[in-house]
Design a protein around this ligand. Sequence first.
Ligand code: NAD
Length: 433
Amino acid sequence: MTIKKPFENFLKNLRTASETAQLSDAALAGLEAPEAIHKTEVVFALDSGEKMTVPAYRVQHNSARGPYKGGIRFHHEADLDEVKALASLMSIKCAVVNIPMGGGKGGIQVDPKKLSKSEIERMSRAYFRWGTEQGIFGVNRDVPAPDVYTTPQIMAWMLDEHEKVLGFKSPGVITGKPLELGGSLGRSYATSQGGFFVLMKYLEKIGKKPEDTTVAVQGFGNAGAYFAEIAHKAGFKVIAVSDSKGGVACDCDSDAFDVNKLSAWKKEHGSLRGNFCQGETCDISKMKSENVKTVSNAELLELDVDVLVLAALDGVVHAENAARVNAPIILELANGPVTPEADEILEEKDCVVIPDILANAGGVTVSYFEWVQNRSGDVWEEEFVISKLKKVMENAYADWMKMKDQYDTSYRNAAFVLGVNRIVTTMKLRGTI
Ligand code: NAD
C-alpha cells in the first residue's frame, strides 16, 4: 500500500516549476508556505443529544490574484496535509485559467456517511459560523464551494449561517449553491465540461476523432458521470467505468456503453457492479446478454483504451502501477490522482497527462462566474455560461501549449509554470516579493 503525501507531492511539482521558470528564492518561499492555516474543533449535537467534536481546517494559500477560492471537503482523510495540498493547487489552478482568485481549501475530518442529514446540517452551520466569526470567510476575502461529500444543500446552510452572523445578505460568500439561492446554471457539470473542452483541443491537435476514441472513467460521481455522459453524447466510445465498489467494462468489439443506461443503473442499484453482482456472486447470463464484464478498479487503470479519465481519488496512479497503464492519454478530473513518481514513469512511456490544474479547472471557473453574478445581481443564461467557460478553457489550453513549447518540458510542468508565473507577477506588482 502506498502512503499518501499530498503536500509533499505539491512541493515537488512546485519546485520543478520554480527551476524551469527560474524563480527567485523569495518567490518560491512565498508559494511554498500557505498565507494562513486556520484550525478548529467543530462541536455539534448528534440526534441522540450527545455532542460530537471533529477537527476542521481552512487553509488560505495565496491571495495575490484575488480572494481565496476553494471547496470544503467532508472526509475522514481530510487532514491538514491534504487540505494544505488542495489549497495550494487551487492557487495555481485559478492562475492557469486566469481568473482573479487565489487558492484556499477547507476540510472537516469526519465520515459523513455515518451522520444523519440533520447532524450534517448542524456540523456545517457550526463550521461556517466559526469561519465567519473569525473573519476567515467573506465575499471579498475567502469564497468556499462544494468538494467531496459536500452538496448545494450544504452550501445553502452555510450561506444562511453566514448571513445570520452578518445580519445582511451576502450570496457571493459561497458558490455551488442551489439555483434558487443564487447558484449558477451550468455549475453542476462545469468540471466535466471544462475537461471535455480541453481534451477536444488536444485530440484536434493530434488529429483524433471522438468516434475513433475509446474512454475508461475511474469514478462515477459528479465529475466522472457527467464527463461520461458528455463524452458519450459527443460520439466517444465509453467502454469502462467504475465506482468505489468496482467497475464494469463493455465486452464488445466495436460498440460501447449507453452511458445514460449506466447512470440509471447506478441510481437504481447504488453501485455500477450491483446491477449484475451481489457480493462475489454475479449473474453471468445477464452479463453475457448485455455484453458486460466486471473489472476491478486496478484492472480499469490498465485497460487498453485511448483516454483514461481519473475522476475519483488522489494518488491512484503511483510508482507501483504506473508502468501498467496502457492509455496514451490521461485526463485528471480528480485532484492529484497521479503522483510525481508515476509522472516520471508515464512520461517515459510517452503518456500525455492533462493535469488536474487545467483539466478540472472548469468547476472553479463557473464558481467564479457564480460569484460575479452574485456581486452584480445578474443571472446568466446557461448557454452564455458554457460559451464563456469554453473560451476560458480554450485560452488556458493555448497558453499551456505555449509554455510546453517554450520550455520543452512535461505537460504538468508546463501548466505549473503557467500558473506560478502569473502568481509571481502579481506578488511582484504588490511588492510582497
Ligand atoms: P463524488 O463524491 O461525486 O464522486 C467520487 C466517485 O468516485 C464516486 O462515484 C465514488 O464511488 C468513486 N470512488 C471512490 N473511491 C473509488 C475508488 N477507489 N475507485 C474508483 N472509484 C472510486 O466526487 P466528485 O465531486 O466527482 O469529485 C471527484 C474528484 O474530482 C475529487 O478528487 C475532487 O476533488 C475532484 N474535483 C471535483 C470537482 C467538482 O466540481 N465536482 C471539481 C474539481 C475537482
